[in-house]
Design a protein around this ligand. Structure first.
Ligand code: DQA
Length: 154
């Protein structure tokens, strides 16, 4: 069993209402519920948080160092393209993570092509909508299973 931190950045509280053509019509509450259900069926737990404030996300990441999270699903939202502070906090907390974007950040405005997180991430899911979170959870479950089985494990 692993404890997952799911961290979503600014404006993602408005999912479902916000530019549905880009971000879909699933609310963040629905995504978090689906994640919790899938996590439970895989034997894991999820702690899902969202903030519009950079300092709150930084503080959560600092606290996460002593909260025994094994993996993180992170959508830094607009901070993806701007926040060295959040990058540094992700780096210092040391939790392996998958970076998630509902939209394909490489098919949008040029400024969205830069991520301060991708080179730190285990992997990136971008452009698959809400299901990206579930796919990331399933991938993390497999990766954690492999880690536990050791280098020669299957
Ligand atoms: C986003 C992409 C970002 O560029 C944007 O600022 C967001 C959401 C996504 O999930 O597609 O707020 O991270």
């Amino acid at each position: 069993m692993a404890k997952f931190l799911v961290l979503n950045g600014p404006n993602l509280n408005l999912l479902g209402e916000r530019e549905p053509g880009l971000y879909g019509d699933t609310s963040l509450g629905e995504i978090e519920l689906e994640l919790a259900q899938e996590a439970r069926s895989l034997g894991h737990t999820v702690d899902a948080r969202q903030s519009n404030a950079e300092h709150q996300m930084v503080d959560w990441l600092h606290a996460a160092r002593s909260e025994n999270f094994e993996f993180m699903l992170l959508n830094p939202a607009a901070f993806t393209h701007t926040s060295v502070a959040l990058r540094d906090a992700v780096s210092v907390c040391g939790i392996p993570f998958i970076e998630i974007h509902l939209s394909n950040i490489y098919a949008r405005e040029p400024f969205r092509k830069t991520s301060y997180f991708s080179d730190l991430a285990v992997g990136v899911v971008s452009g698959l909508g809400a299901q990206g979170y579930l796919l990331a959870l399933k991938a993390a479950d497999k990766l954690l299973g492999q880690t536990r089985a050791g280098p020669s494990g299957h």
